[in-house]
Design a protein around this ligand. Structure first.
Ligand SMILES: CC(C)(COP(=O)(O)OP(=O)(O)OC[C@H]1O[C@@H](n2cnc3c(N)ncnc32)[C@H](O)[C@@H]1OP(=O)(O)O)[C@@H](O)C(=O)NCCC(=O)NCCS
Length: 182
C-alpha cells in the first residue's frame, strides 16, 4: 500500500516498514508521547513482532508539505460489547504542536474514513485532562458523548468519549486529493 492524503498544510502518508525506527524513537520518547499517553519503551524486536498490529488497520505519518515527518495519526478498532467501533488516535512532535497541524490531520482522517469505509460513526477517547486533544476533536467536528470512568491509562483517569456521525460530517472538509490505493 502506498499513497498520500493531501491537505492544505499537512499530508497523511501511509506508514511503511521503513518507518519502524521512527516509531520506536517517538513511542519511547516521554516528551513525544505526552503526559496522557502510556510510556511503553519498545525494543526494535518487539516493534517488529507487533508490526502488523501497530500498522493495522491503518497508521499514517503526518507530514508537512516539505516532507518533514511530524507525528502519527492512526485508526484502530475498539469494542463495545460485541460491536466493533472505529477509533482514531494521534500524537505530534512537541516542537510542531499548537500550529493547527493535528486538527487538520484529524479532519483529513475523518474525510478519508467516511469516504472509504461504510461506517456510521468514528470515535476517539481522551483523558479529561488532555485539553489539547479535546480541542482538536471539537474543531474536527466531534461531539463529546460522555465520560468513561477510570479508563485513561497512566493513573487510570476518567476519559471523555467523542464521536462524529456520518450525517454530521456530510461531506469532505479538507481532503482535496488522494492517491491512496488499497
Ligand atoms: C494533543 C495534540 C495531538 C494536539 O496537537 P496540536 O497540533 O498541538 O493541536 P492543534 O494545533 O491542532 O490545536 C488545536 C487547538 O487546541 C489548542 N491546544 C493545543 N494544545 C493545547 C493544550 N495543551 N492546552 C490547551 N489547548 C491546547 C490549540 O491552541 C488549538 O486551539 P485554537 O485553534 O483555538 O488556537 C498534541 O498536543 C500531542 O501530540 N500531545 C501528545 C500526545 C497526545 O496527547 N495525543 C492525544 C491522545 S488522546
Amino acid at each position: 500500500m502506498s499513497g498520500l492524503l493531501e491537505g492544505k498544510n499537512v499530508n497523511l502518508r501511509i506508514a511503511e516498514k521503513e518507518d519502524l525506527p521512527l516509531f520506536q524513537e517517538w513511542l519511547n520518547n516521554p516528551e513525544f508521547q505526552g503526559e496522557f499517553q502510556p510510556l511503553i519503551q519498545w525494543s526494535r524486536a518487539e516493534l517488529e513482532k507487533f508490526e502488523s498490529s501497530l500498522f493495522e488497520p491503518k497508521t499514517f505519518i503526518i507530514e508537512k508539505k516539505d516532507g518533514k515527518k511530524i507525528g502519527y495519526m492512526l485508526q484502530y478498532n475498539s469494542y463495545l460489547g460485541l460491536g466493533k467501533l472505529l477509533e482514531i488516535g494521534y500524537a505530534l512532535l512537541p516542537s510542531e504542536r499548537g500550529k493547527g497541524y493535528c486538527t487538520e490531520a484529524a479532519q483529513l482522517m475523518v474525510d478519508y474514513l467516511f469516504l472509504s469505509i461504510d461506517v456510521s460513526r468514528i470515535q476517539a477517547t481522551t483523558s479529561i485532562k488532555n485539553k489539547g486533544s479535546q480541542k482538536v476533536l471539537e474543531k474536527a467536528g466531534f461531539t463529546r458523548e460522555g465520560t468513561i470512568r477510570k479508563t485513561a491509562r497512566g493513573e487510570r483517569r476518567d476519559a471523555y468519549l467523542y464521536s462524529i456521525l456520518r450525517e454530521e460530517w456530510k461531506e469532505p472538509k479538507i481532503l482535496t486529493k488522494t492517491t491512496l490505493q488499497s
